[in-house]
Design a protein around this ligand. Structure first.
Ligand SMILES: NC(=O)c1ccc[n+]([C@@H]2O[C@H](COP(=O)([O-])OP(=O)(O)OC[C@H]3O[C@@H](n4cnc5c(N)ncnc54)[C@H](O)[C@@H]3O)[C@@H](O)[C@H]2O)c1
Length: 354
């Protein structure tokens, strides 16, 4: 997406706060805003799942600021929002199993932390509050995504994301705040958090193929996934910042590519692309061991995102995998090792303080 001169002016004049900006999606947004000439890009993160290596490419940029802080702390949120025009709120606990094991922590971060950010952004009179929601608010009810309505959330994580949408809506109606929610499906690409459940099958298959182990497909081809490449997600965030269409504001959008891919097809793409780094990967067999019938998850439709926001995703799954295969090959094994160590450290701290 090439911004027009007018749009470039809007970005160069503005200051941005990206919460969770040391994570996968947030770091890409921060990087793109800096490249587009943003007057200031501030990241607020507590490094739970984020990492300095994600912000390393731009940490010394003169218009970049890193603030270590926790969105559960309203003072940290107030400080981070000072002098900010646009908030792009991405800090969250993104794990569905963690939310089932410890719903209180997920609620504190994803619901209370979200509310803290909304209150702080309102007090700082920011121009617009853009936030990450999730396609997980849809269940297997086929009609709700089409209507844009949430189904019955299946986890405390999904509830927290739905609560975000409700709070944003009520703040826009009560206080005239401009908010835009972006419901991502399964995001993948460079800096993918390997322990995220989103698109988790991609790092899993990559690691197996790198070790010459066969990916095992235990579901039939009807069970397909809705993957989205990170550049499409960044485009949606840029459009949410830039839109001057009054009808596009105070809305929630599905952000995906509108493409369903079977796990078989995904494994074949990965085998093809990774074999350009190690030819013997081409000979690794993909095993089919169909043992279970899963619910087919609903399709998230993007007509509204296209019409109101001008969203026009340009990378299919295949395009995105082609662009990111080199990164997965070169960096994923180290990312996995570090993420596992970090998770163990978090569990040890939690066990000691319990
Ligand atoms: N990755 C996906 O496929 C996907 C899909 C749907 C929605 N989302 C949402 O997008 C957002 C970003 O996800 P991601 O994949 O980049 O995850 P990520 O784990 O890579 O990034 C989240 C960031 O938030 C930070 N963070 C967590 N708790 C915090 C706290 N209390 N205070 C401050 N910072 C905190 C983490 O350290 C991390 O840097 C999240 O809100 C997630 O729920 C992601």
């Amino acid at each position: 997406m090439q911004p027009t001169t007018d749009q470039t002016g809007r970005i160069t004049a503005a200051s941005f706060l990206v919460t969770g900006g040391a994570g996968f999606i947030g770091s890409h947004i921060a990087e793109r805003l800096l490249a587009a000439g943003a007057r200031k890009v501030r990241v607020l993160d507590n490094m739970t799942t984020g990492h300095f290596r994600n912000i390393a490419p731009f940490v010394n940029h003169p218009r970049f600021e890193y603030v270590q802080g926790d969105i559960r702390d309203i003072t940290a949120c107030n400080t981070a929002c000072k002098g900010i025009d646009f908030v792009l709120h991405h800090a969250a606990s993104g794990s569905v199993p963690d939310s089932i094991n410890d719903p209180i922590t997920t609620n504190n971060i994803n619901a209370t932390g979200f509310l803290n950010m909304l209150v702080a952004a309102h007090a700082a009179q920011v121009k617009r509050f853009i936030y990450a929601s999730s396609a997980s608010i849809f269940t297997d009810n086929q009609t709700t995504p089409l209507a844009g309505l949430p189904g019955n959330p299946e986890s405390p994580y999904a509830v927290s994301k739905y609560v975000n949408e409700l709070y944003a809506d009520v703040f826009s109606r009560l206080h005239g705040m401009e908010t835009i929610g972006l419901r991502y499906s399964n995001v993948f690409g460079q800096r993918h958090n390997p322990l995220s459940e989103y698109a988790a099958v991609i790092p899993k298959f990559v690691m197996q193929l790198i070790k010459h182990e066969s990916p095992v497909i235990d579901v039939d081809d009807e069970y397909s996934h809705d993957f989205i490449y990170i550049d499409n997600v960044v485009q949606a965030n840029m459009l949410a910042v830039l839109t001057t269409n009054a009808k596009a504001v105070n809305q929630v959008y599905n952000i995906t590519f509108e493409e369903r891919t079977s796990l078989n097809q995904l494994a074949k793409y990965l085998r093809e692309f990774l074999s350009s780094f190690d030819q013997s990967i081409a000979g690794v067999k993909i095993m089919n061991a169909f043992t279970q019938k899963h619910n087919v998850h609903p399709y998230a439709y993007i007509q509204k995102s296209k019409k109101l926001l001008g969203y026009n995703p340009s990378y299919s799954l295949r395009d995105g995998l082609l662009k990111s295969a080199g990164w997965y090959w070169a960096y994923l094994p180290r990312f996995v090792e570090e993420a596992v160590t970090k998770k163990q450290q978090r569990q040890q701290v939690a066990a000691v303080s319990a």
